[in-house]
Design a protein around this ligand. Structure first.
Ligand SMILES: C=C(O[C@@H]1C=C(C(=O)O)C=C[C@H]1O)C(=O)O
Length: 257
């Protein structure tokens, strides 16, 4: 897939191949995160134990926002497959702008589920993949650093649903135009769903989890990432959020027809 060549971007096989590659990134980021406990202080807004000057929010929010501000100056968010968690903090790149050919609808940057992704990651995913429930004061910086990488890899995977949705729309305009006009959300959801592809993804994840040995030596009381946890995260969180992106993107698609 080459974002400078639109035809390669809207080829559903290419899109699915990219989603497969992202599985490895997400699994290895989760393995990194699994070395640390949950560290709830990292996510607490305005925690008195972790004062952050001139900032309202959590330590993670502060770290993620500053990371994205730097990333934006090296052009990260010009790329159509990147969606910021702090869109109103993005800065002008110091690198010359790349004029990517338009592939997605003009409103695409407004389809942003990062707040929900962050909430799900903090309140559900970290409790499944962390080493144990508890703090590790000396690791707050490491935890925030790996959390940023986990969040950005999850965000890229889930917002890839925009490319999937555009590819499906272009593959059957009459069908999707009718459902969008009728606001047939259930019909759109049914038509974007491919259960066979989903099953294949979950089975591959199970195998990858065994192969990558995400099940570290079994120490009493320490949680570990098991194939079951990874499949659960994808089945109950990642895939449903991807489909929400697809439906949200499609519901507005006639704005650009
Ligand atoms: C991403 C697609 O759309 C849907 C979402 C999927 C996912 O998030 O993994 C897989 C299949 C579809 O139900 C696709 O068709 O490939």
């Amino acid at each position: 897939m080459d974002f400078l060549k639109p035809a390669t971007v809207l080829d559903l096989k290419n899109i699915r191949d990219e989603l497969v590659k992202m599985e490895d990134t997400i699994i290895f980021k989760f393995i990194e995160r699994s070395h640390f406990p949950t560290c709830p202080t990292v996510y607490k807004e305005n925690d008195p134990h972790l004062p952050i000057p001139d900032f309202e929010g959590s330590f993670l929010d502060w770290a993620l926002m500053h990371s994205e501000m730097t990333d934006s100056q090296i052009r990260r968010f010009e790329s159509p497959d990147e969606t910021p968690f702090f869109p109103d903090k993005i800065l002008k790149p110091i690198l010359p702008s790349i004029q990517y050919p338009r592939v997605l609808a003009s409103y695409s940057p407004e389809v942003n589920f990062n707040n929900e992704i962050k909430e799900v990651y903090i309140n559900q995913i970290t409790h499944l993949i962390s080493r144990y429930d508890g703090e590790s004061w000396e690791n707050f910086g490491s935890v925030a650093t790996i959390d940023i990488q986990c969040l950005q890899s999850l965000s890229r995977r889930i917002h890839f649903g925009k490319f999937v949705a555009e590819a499906k729309f272009q593959a059957d305009r009459p069908l999707y135009i009718k459902m969008i006009q009728e606001k047939d959300i259930d019909g759109i959801y049914r038509n974007i769903t491919n259960s066979a592809v989903e099953e294949k993804i979950l089975e591959r994840l199970r195998v990858k989890a065994e192969v990558y040995g995400v099940d570290p030596t079994n120490k009493a009381g320490y949680r570990k990432i098991t194939p079951a946890y990874l499949v659960d995260i994808y089945k109950k969180l990642v895939i449903p959020l991807t489909k929400k992106v697809e439906v949200d993107y499609l519901l507005r698609r006639l704005e650009c027809e």
